[in-house]
Design a protein. Structure first.
Length: 260
């Protein structure tokens, strides 16, 4: 492994480097199933960062990775770290950061109790440009719904996650979505996601109304949509133009990129 050969995981520079090298190395360890090594490294990363009062969860999500590493052998400790990560993320306030933390908490919690956590994670991620993280949460939620016997709801989430994964060219995630659909006895529908970064006229108008501060219920009435339909349009807008609700008005000031 290239990272092993170059002792990548031993780097602990005093300068701020993004992403944190040791956390990246721990992710590689997790990908190889080396959970104990990853947990030890991530614990050291957390101690080092907390000792310097560097607690920005968007810069270094070590707690989320540590929770994942601990889940197979120390589930209670994993949940504790994930819960603390959610608290830090809420304090930080970014929708993508909160959504990712809730997603990890859902994963390490498991069972029926995770369903609401997945749904809340998706609600936050839909308000951010984090397309890959949204797709991951949708696939995870769909799989959890399927295991809980809620097949129609599972199908909707898995189809959404599959489309997002294909759009991000995340082949492994797309394969997992297809596998979950097959396990549930479902066939993937033709993909509906348009792989373009230009806004449709409907997306642009919805974004303008949201930027003006109109609530979802008002936008839904004006656009003749359901509230969920409005949320889905806005989620697509955030992903395409690379912003969240807070930055929407400024992003729309740029020259419009629309298609019919």
């Amino acid at each position: 492994m290239l990272a092993d050969d170059h002792h990548f995981g031993e780097m602990a520079p005093n300068a701020v480097i993004y992403p944190d090298p040791r956390t990246v190395y721990a992710e590689l360890l997790l990908a190889e199933g080396r959970h104990a090594e990853a947990a030890a490294l991530l614990s050291a990363v957390g101690d080092w960062l907390d000792g310097r009062a560097w607690r920005n969860p968007a810069w270094c999500p070590w707690q989320l990775r540590l929770a994942t590493a601990l889940a197979p052998t120390a589930p209670d400790e994993a949940i504790h770290h994930a819960q603390d990560a959610v608290k830090r993320a809420r304090d930080f306030g970014a929708a993508s950061t909160v959504g990712q933390a809730l997603h990890t908490l859902a994963e390490v919690t498991g069972g029926p109790a995770a369903l609401d956590l997945y749904a809340e994670a998706i609600d936050h991620l839909e308000q951010s440009p984090a397309a890959y993280e949204l797709a991951r949460a949708q696939v995870g939620h769909g799989a959890a719904l399927s295991r809980n016997g809620q097949l129609q709801e599972a199908a909707d989430r898995l189809y959404q996650g599959l489309e997002g994964a294909v759009h991000c060219r995340a082949d492994g995630l797309a394969a997992r979505a297809r596998e979950e659909l097959s396990t549930a006895g479902l066939r993937p529908l033709p993909l509906r996601y348009v792989q373009a970064d230009t806004l449709t006229a409907r997306e642009h108008r919805t974004a303008e109304l949201a930027a003006e501060g109109r609530p979802v219920t008002v936008i839904a009435t004006e656009m003749h949509l359901t509230e969920q339909g409005v949320r889905q349009l806005l989620s697509s807008v955030y992903r395409k133009i690379g912003t969240d609700a807070a930055g929407l008005a400024r992003a729309l000031e740029a020259p419009p990129r629309m298609r019919p």
